[in-house]
Structure formats: C-alpha cells, structure tokens
Design a protein around this ligand. Sequence first.
Ligand code: ADP
Ligand code: MG
Length: 247
Amino acid sequence: MVLKYDLNKDLKKDMDAPVILLQGVSKEYKEGIPAVSNINLEIRKGEFVFIVGNSGSGKSTLIKLMLREIKPTDGKIFIAGKELGRLRRMGIAKYRRSLGIVFQDFRLLNDRTVYDNVAFAQRVIEAPAVEISRQVPKVLSLVGLTEKFRSYPKELSGGEQQRVALARALVNNPVILLADEPTGNLDPKNSWEIMRLLEEANRRGTTIVVVTHNKEIVDVMQKRVITMNKGVLVSDNKKGGYLHEKS
Ligand code: ADP
Ligand code: MG
C-alpha cells in the first residue's frame, strides 16, 4: 500500500516516534561494496547531531538517504514514524520541500537576488504572497543580510552566500534541517557564524543534523556526535567531543 500522508503536517505535531529512525540501513552503490552498513540510528525531535568521520566514511550517503535522494539497499528509514520507502514521487517531492537542506557549495540561483533566492523556497510550497513578504525579510534579518537583499550571489562573500543558503533552508520553518559540510568552504569566523545560526534554529525547535570536518567546532559545541568509519557507525557520543581517531 502506498501512503498519501502529509509528512510535514505529521512532523509539526507532537510525536512519540523519533523524527528520524534508521533500522539496519545499508547502501551499496556497487553490489557487494557497502558505502554504509547496517546503520541503526534514532534522532529525536529537537536534537542537534553532528556526523563526523574521514572522507569516504559514508557521511554524505547517510544525508542522501535521509533526504530520500537515494534508497537503502537494505533496511528501513522512518520519518516521524512513517516509512520513507512507501512514499511515491509526489510524496517524496513534498517531503523534500518540507526539509531545510544546506550543502557545502551553497547551490544558490545565480541569476536571482538574495531576496528571490529565499522567496523561491516559499513559492515552491505555494506560500501566500503576504506570508512571503513577511517571512523573507524576517529570515534575512536573522542571518544578518537585511542590507544585501537586492544583491546577487556573485556579489557576496562565501560566508554571506552560505547565510543566504541557510536563510533559504530556514524560511519555511522546517522541522528537520540536514546540512552536509555547510562550513567546508568557509574560514573559521564564517564557520562559527553558520554554526551559531544553526544552534539558534535548533533553539527554536528545528532538529539539526550536520556533517562536518571541523574538529574545533564539534569539540566546543558539545552536541551529540555520530562517528562514521568505513561505512560503519562506530560511536554515538551523546554529549560532545570529536572522537580522536587515527586515520
Ligand atoms: P563521505 O561523505 O563520508 O566522504 P560518501 O558517503 O560520499 O562519504 O561515500 C561513501 C563511499 O561510497 C565512498 O567509498 C564513495 O566512494 C562511495 N560512493 C559515494 N557516492 C557514490 C556513487 N554515487 N557511486 C558509487 N560510489 C559512491
Ligand atoms: Mg561527503
């Protein structure tokens, strides 16, 4: 049976189920070579979770599985208690639009202004015009870009571009925000600024899952840390600190 539920509506409700649950999840891009292996992971609503690990350890694969950009070869993924594998194309599109997503390379629309890049995310979910004109300035102010609303991405620094991407990810007030190395292209000052904004979004209730290589940030922020090694979840440290592993 295919479910036609509105995941976003489910996510906004109070729930007993974990917001994200992976049960025995494996992904093989090539048969016999697992990129991630038998992952069991439970993330509760309102958590802030770092995913760390060496390059090639399966971090991006985990994020792509949660985004439903790829399907697991084995195992099941539940979002708010509903199995992702049972969503049809429309359901998947709707699910993705309900998420906040941030990548290392910003992925802004270069021919649109800062304002329109952020407004775009609201237009996609068919938000009413009054809501767009209220929300976009609010979220641009939150990320400190009020003065830049007419600028184009090319006219901004890397740190500013990532703040636009973050504003776009937050404008629909997502229950879940997934970020794959959002500070990978940024200097330390801008990296801290992005993390501060993620923490702020988390304080307002968004569940945050963020992949990072930034050891210092992970050590200082004292959040839950999931460590991946060669496709295996090797540690789940509920209270902070980068696992000091030999590579
Ligand atoms: P990380 O984000 O931790 O660097 P990835 O999840 O990108 O790791 O990759 C995990 C493993 O899966 C690596 O061995 C990588 O080469 C492989 N992999 C990732 N994406 C693909 C793909 N599209 N096709 C084949 N192999 C892939
Ligand atoms: Mg990666």
